[in-house]
Structures are given as structure tokens and as C-alpha cells.
Design a protein. Structure first.
Length: 275
């Protein structure tokens, strides 16, 4: 049941909800818009009808418009957004402190608003939320990699991982986890409409929002490979559901470095299609 209700005294019959509904199941009735019972199943719960109604007359899924964040003038100025996108850097030096649990919760809750294919909203965040947990996980990963190296079971194209093991044992240099305090892994059910993009988009949103909160990040490609390709037996340790595809991983925490200026990338590769 969608619990689709429209207040007839505040509805101005503008038709915005009908026009914007991605599955076209909202129809204008004599007094107010309605969804025929036999079309309810097609709703994919995006709440666009609730978001677009100019008078706040519409409620769906038991959600009331007055509980939504008003949007007028709540977006950052373009130059702020551009500065964030261009000024974000991959941070590989972290302070020792853990982030406050409330801050981590806010970062995740915000990132969770990222779009997902067919509004599936199935992305799962697995978080190592303390430095202690990540240190323990690093020990396990490095032990597993060292065993693979000794038993010559590291695939040829992954041999560089033996250098990372060596760097850790000889210099306590953590190339895989960058000695960050926290690790975030995004996964989604394999049978979701678009599991991989959903995870990557959620992590991208997480990264940008994190930097706007003075939280540093670096995409954890090596950690991802270690878990996904080399040591999948560690998945249960992270309670990654068996039916989930691993999306990707990001390390995050308080930066121990500060960037004074942006970098200067070459021009974007842009092709304007001609026909
Ligand atoms: C998919 C992906 C995986 C990455 N994996 C790692 C990694 O495992 N370790 C690391 O230090 N940096 C990693 N990076 C960071 C890139 O090296 C970095 O984005 C690039 O050098 C440009 O630097 P910038 O992000 O500061 O602009 C990764 C980036 C991406 C997008």
C-alpha cells in the first residue's frame, strides 16, 4: 500500500506530480491526483511527487511533506561546489584520532542519499569505525598476503603485493591502508538493477561530503583488490553478505597534511558528437 493521499483544500491541481512521476502512474482526478490501485505496484518509491508538490498537499508512503528538508537556497554556490570537486585530494597521511561516531554517522547517512538504479536503495555500508578495528583487519590482511607470497600463490599480475607486505614488515609502511583510522566498503546485492554503479556513486558522494566536513579520504583500490581478488575468504570477517557484490572501498579520517592550492590537470577529453 502506497498510502497516497492528497489534501483537496491545498492541492491546486497543477499536475506537477502527474507529469514528474517516472512511471506515469499518477493521474489527475476531478478534485485531486490519484494512483489507480492496479498501478501501485509500478511505483518505485522515489518520492518525486512529494518533493515536487508546490503546496505540500501530497503524502505518500506515510511520509509528510512538512518533514522533508526545504530546498530553497540550500544548495552550495557553484564556485563552492567546483572548489570542492577540484580541490579534493587523495590523502595518504592521517592523524591518529578516530572521528567522532556522530560525524561518521552523518557522513554515511548523507552519502546514503546518493541515487541508485531503479531507486533500489540496496547499497550497504560496512565500516571499520575505529583505528583499532582497522589495525586488526590490516594485521589479518597482511598475514594472509604474506602466506600467499610464501606459498607462491600470489597471481603474477598481483606480485606487487609482496612489496607491500615487505614495506610493512621492514619499515611499518602501510601502503595498502595508508595508516588511516577508518575504512568504508560499499556493497550491494548482485541481483540489484545496478549494484556496481550504485556503490561507486554512493562512495563518490561520501567522499565529496566528507571533504566538505574536513574529513580526508583516499580510494582504497589496493584494499579492495586484497579483499575481492586475493583474500575473499575474509569476507565473512566483515560480515559481507554472500549475495553481495563488493562495490569498492574508501579510507577516511582526519588529515595529517594540508593542501594549500589545487593541481593543474590537462584539458578534459571532450568530444562533441557530430551528425
Ligand atoms: C578507483 C581508485 C582507486 C584508488 N586506489 C588507491 C589506492 O589503493 N591507494 C592510494 O594511495 N591511492 C588510490 N587512489 C587515488 C589515486 O591514486 C588518486 O586519485 C590520483 O593519484 C590523483 O590524486 P588526487 O585524487 O589527489 O587528485 C585511487 C583512486 C581511484 C579513483
Amino acid at each position: 500500500m502506497l498510502q497516497f493521499t492528497v489534501n483537496p483544500t491545498t492541492c491546486i491541481q497543477c499536475g506537477s506530480c502527474c507529469n514528474d512521476c517516472p512511471t506515469g502512474i499518477i493521474h489527475m482526478g476531478e478534485e485531486t491526483p490519484f494512483i489507480p490501485a492496479d498501478q501501485e505496484e509500478a511505483c518505485y518509491r522515489c518520492q518525486h511527487c512529494l518533493a515536487i508538490c508546490p503546496t505540500g498537499a501530497l503524502s505518500i508512503l506515510g511520509l509528510h511533506p512538512e518533514n522533508s528538508t526545504p530546498l530553497a537556497s540550500h544548495f552550495p554556490e557553484p564556485e563552492n561546489m567546483a572548489a570542492l570537486i577540484k580541490g579534493r585530494r587523495s590523502v595518504r597521511h592521517y592523524a591518529q584520532d578516530d572521528l567522532a561516531p556522530e560525524l561518521i554517522a552523518d557522513l554515511l547517512e548523507t552519502a546514503w542519499h546518493a541515487p541508485t538504479g531503479v531507486n533500489a536503495r540496496q547499497v550497504r555500508f560496512t565500516v571499520l569505525d575505529t583505528r583499532k578495528k582497522l589495525q586488526q583487519f590490516r594485521e589479518i590482511v597482511l598475514k594472509g598476503l604474506a602466506e600467499m607470497e610464501q606459498s607462491h600463490t600470489l597471481p603474477a599480475h598481483m606480485e606487487r603485493f609482496s612489496l607491500f607486505v615487505q614495506a610493512w614488515h621492514e619499515e611499518k609502511k602501510d601502503i595498502i591502508f595508508r595508516d588511516a583510522p577508518h575504512l568504508l566498503i560499499a556493497s550491494a546485492p548482485k541481483d540489484a538493477p545496478t549494484p556496481k554503479p550504485d556503490c561507486l556513486i554512493a562512495l563518490s558522494y561520501f567522499e565529496l561530503y566528507a571533504h566538505s566536513c574536513q574529513v580526508a579520504t583516499v580510494w582504497a583500490g589496493l584494499a579492495y583488490l586484497a579483499i575481492e581478488a586475493l583474500l575473499p575468504r575474509l569476507r565473512p570477517l566483515l560480515a559481507l553478505p554472500e549475495n553481495h557484490q563488493l562495490g569498492y572501498a574508501i579510507l577516511f579520517g582526519k588529515a595529517a597534511v594540508h593542501y594549500t592550492r589545487g593541481v593543474q590537470h590537462h584539458n578534459a577529453h571532450i568530444h562533441h558528437a557530430k551528425w
